[in-house]
Design a protein around this ligand. Structure first.
Ligand code: ACO
Length: 507
């Protein structure tokens, strides 16, 4: 069974023409000039690139592309999609092409003070203003609070789609037909079982092991079970392992949960939906078949849709960075899970619940907000703020509505009132308004998870399962992108200059 290949897996990930439509826009956020102009990645002619000119001998390395004299016909230059830079150290002027609202950082290397100079670099810790790839998967406009997968607004997908359909969409660029979706659903269900040795591997964890740690290391261990996953150049194999990973994530997550409560593992029930089966593996006891509550099944499916992708965030960047070394997808996803684990990323929903517990009562909210403000960044309002969203996170809006549906089944989560009051006060407070800090996806999701009976340390696992779809979509895109190479940033070295080793007795 373990070497079984899905005959249609390659079709699942390579629908003809899919994903190749000219996208409408570049990236989101306040600097999104291309978006404002409504033009796409390839919708306007580019000026010849500097490196192309170099190849034709027009501009040898280290030579400015445009001389001072050439600049005198300035009005023509002004109309071009290019940037003119004057290096005040040398007085030389350079013209760099602008594509999709970006200049190529490598073009700056031609700006030198002399032959010995390495060339100019950009300094951008945390990638505050660096696009690391061209992508056609997810669009975010952080100022307007817009999130779209392959052009479809997240609100419509949450309302009308299903998680597996969204996964297909992320990978293929188009929504599946009914036959395609049925076929895909069957293939995913076919791969939900784990090798028994993986189960034993999981037995080795301490009873109190954090489920994210278990998930991260077990997914990494899967690479040893599927050595052919190293053949990342083989599109068919990539497709097989994508389906396997998607199928096995809920099983590993559920086994981690059962391990932590000391209950026997529940094997997958492939007659249930993706989410229904997950709930069964988490909850089933002695009954012959687990009865899935349709409201909770739907709610979790929506939460999975909302978490499926979010363009170049910390964990996706980890996925792409590891994948750029041609590492197998299990190891890549394991690395991405590690990034998601952190409290500033996926771990925030867990942190929100701890924060709400610390506040304890609505009457303590103003004092808590005051503490955050006076803490000068030391203490954060967890579930608030986002690197990209400077407006209400559209996912948080959907989750807030979803919470009401879930609470009708589970009963109201007492911490909800504290959360609502916290949001109300924060959104009126100058500190948060000035910094454009709004609730993010994690602010309300934890409350739903808690109401559904998930332990706090399991929340990030509930994020990692659906995000695997996005990580894999981004990984496929990266592998096929001819611009990509092994990720290797530069540094600004400020350490010691060369010096001689001093033997220990002389120090
Ligand atoms: N509470 C209080 N102040 C905050 C918060 C917050 N949650 N977030 C940012 N700020 C303040 C910062 O202290 C800073 O203030 P300053 O200008 O006086 O120095 C200012 O707002 C800008 O914040 P940065 O940290 O520069 O913003 P950055 O883009 O680097 O951080 C992040 C984004 C990490 C999400 C941050 O807002 C944060 O830590 N939030 C809480 C954790 C959280 O909810 N993470 C989940 C993010 S969503 C996700 O990953 C799925």
């Amino acid at each position: 069974m373990w070497s079984h290949a899905c005959p249609r897996a390659d079709a699942i990930l390579s629908k003809p023409g899919a994903g190749n439509r000219t996208p409408k826009r570049r990236t989101g956020g306040s600097e999104n000039a291309a978006s404002r102009r409504g033009r796409g990645l390839e919708s306007f002619p580019f000026p010849p690139r500097r490196d192309e000119r170099k190849e034709t001998g027009d501009a040898p390395e280290g030579t400015p592309a445009v001389s001072e004299n050439e600049r005198e016909g300035a009005s023509e230059t002004m109309a071009k999609d290019s940037l003119t830079i004057t290096d005040n150290r040398t007085g030389q002027t350079y013209e760099l092409p602008i594509e999709n609202g970006t200049i190529k950082a490598i073009d700056l290397r031609k700006i030198k003070t002399g032959a010995e100079d390495f060339g100019l670099m950009t300094y951008d810790p945390a990638f505050l203003n660096t696009a690391s790839c061209k992508s056609r998967i997810t669009f975010i406009d952080g100022d307007k609070g817009i999130l779209e997968y392959r052009g479809y607004p997240i609100e419509q997908l949450a309302e009308q789609s299903s998680f597996l359909e969204v996964s297909w969409l992320l990978w293929n660029g188009e929504l599946p037909t009914k036959t395609e979706l049925d076929d895909f659903t069957r293939h995913v269900a076919h791969h939900t079982y784990l090798h028994e040795n993986i189960k034993r591997f999981m037995d080795g964890f301490r009873h109190d092991a954090h489920p994210m740690g278990m998930l991260q290391s077990t997914v990494g261990a899967l690479s040893t079970f599927y050595p052919d996953s190293k053949q990342i150049g083989d599109e068919r194999k990539r497709a097989h392992h994508t389906i396997r990973l998607m199928a096995k994530m809920p099983t590993i997550a559920a086994f981690a949960f059962r391990h932590s409560i000391g209950f026997p593992y529940v094997y997958p029930d492939n007659e249930l939906s993706y989410v229904g089966n997950f709930l069964s593996m988490l909850r089933k006891m002695a009954e012959p078949k687990y009865k899935v509550n349709p409201v909770l099944e739907h709610a979790l499916d929506v939460l999975f849709i909302l978490h499926a992708d979010h363009e170049q965030n910390c964990s996706t960047n980890a996925m792409r960075a590891i994948g750029s070394a041609q590492t197998d997808p299990y190891s890549c996803v394991s690395g991405a899970i590690s990034a998601l684990y952190g409290p500033l990323h996926g771990g925030a929903n867990e942190a929100v619940l701890r924060m709400l517990a610390e506040i304890g009562d609505i009457k303590n909210v103003p004092a808590f907000v005051k503490e955050v403000k006076e803490g000068q960044g030391e203490k954060k309002l967890m579930g608030f703020g986002h690197r990209v969203y400077k407006n209400y996170d559209p996912r948080a809006k959907v989750i807030k509505r979803l919470a009401e549906e879930v609470f009708e089944v589970t009963g109201r989560n007492a911490a909800l009132d504290i959360a609502v009051e916290l949001e109300r006060i924060a959104l009126q407070d100058d500190y948060f308004v000035k910094r454009k800090l709004y609730p993010n996806v994690d602010f309300y999701s934890g409350l739903i998870y808690e109401a559904m009976g998930f332990p706090t340390d399991f929340f990030t696992v509930l994020f990692a399962i659906p995000r695997t779809a996005g990580w894999l979509a981004q990984w496929h895109e990266m592998i096929k992108d001819p611009d990509q190479k092994i990720a290797r940033p530069r540094q600004v070295f400020l350490g010691q200059g060369r010096r001689d080793y001093v033997p220990i007795e002389n120090r």
